[in-house]
Design a protein around this ligand. Structure first.
Ligand code: ADP
Ligand code: MG
Length: 239
């Protein structure tokens, strides 16, 4: 479907500019006397196509926020809109639909060791309605783009850390998600491969018009962001 600008009201336009819109979000772990607040009054808007880095000390709530945004954890209070859809009180089907529009990259690349590079990426396409021919083209293209054209049929154990993380990037991008969420994607990598991995991720995501949110401690990649936000003790602080 194609829209013309005139078919959208101004309010539609302003809301559709945000890939992620968070209002007064709070989150707690535990119950009763063990209940502990880990996110306090989070307000955050991330525009479509924006590349944002989220930093802050260990235990400050970054991963919790990322998993909430990713629909991997239920929103308890406040509003969290992903690509215009509210996740507060969303049912399972709605969450599943949202998750399909997101690509995830974690610190431990989570590749399956009994599958080849090609098959690991193929898995991410299996739930999408893509023909076998189209799937083959997309998988080969994305693995070529991350520099692994020569490694399609290798098993993960034969790859370096940086190569494995590049497979993880290919796997996250192959379904052409509108948002990429990455949790410390360079943590296990040396300086050079860490930067390479994020540069590749950015270049490809820009080509797809993708929004990226990366949690990182890695000050070697801070210059790659459009915006840097910082979390301390469950609060977003002005940086
Ligand atoms: P970060 O990613 O910034 O290190 P987390 O979001 O992982 O922070 O954790 C924030 C706080 O919540 C920490 O105090 C952590 O111990 C606690 N926490 C994280 N996950 C859970 C959980 N599943 N159950 C209980 N407490 C948790
Ligand atoms: Mg974390």
């Amino acid at each position: 479907m194609t829209y013309t600008i005139s078919s959208l009201s101004s309010t539609d336009l302003s809301t559709s500019d945000n890939a992620i819109a968070i209002l007064n979000l709070n989150h707690y772990y535990g119950h009763g006397s063990l209940r502990k607040q880990v996110l306090t009054d989070i307000n955050l808007q991330i525009q479509r196509g924006e590349i944002v880095l989220l930093t802050g000390p260990s235990g400050s709530g970054k991963t919790t926020l990322l998993t909430l945004i990713g629909g991997l954890r239920s929103v308890q209070s406040g509003s969290l809109k992903i690509l215009g859809d509210e996740l507060l009180n969303a049912n399972r089907e709605q969450l599943t639909l949202t998750r399909r529009r997101i690509g995830y990259i974690f610190q431990a690349h989570n590749l399956l060791n009994f599958l080849t590079v090609y098959q690991n990426v193929e898995m991410a396409l299996e739930i999408q309605h893509v023909s076998a021919l189209e799937a083959n083209t997309r998988i080969t293209d994305i693995l070529t783009a991350v520099g692994l054209a020569e490694r399609l049929h290798y098993y993960p154990e034969a790859l370096s850390g940086g190569q494995k993380q590049r497979v993880a990037i290919a796997r996250a991008l192959v379904s052409q998600p509108q948002i990429i969420l990455a949790d410390e994607p360079t943590a296990a990598l040396d300086k050079k491969s860490g930067r390479d991995v994020v540069e590749i991720l950015e270049k490809l995501a820009k080509e797809q018009g993708c929004t990226i949110l990366i949690v990182t401690h890695d000050n070697r990649i801070l210059d790659l962001a459009d915006r840097i936000i910082t979390m301390e003790d469950g609060h977003l602080v002005d940086s």
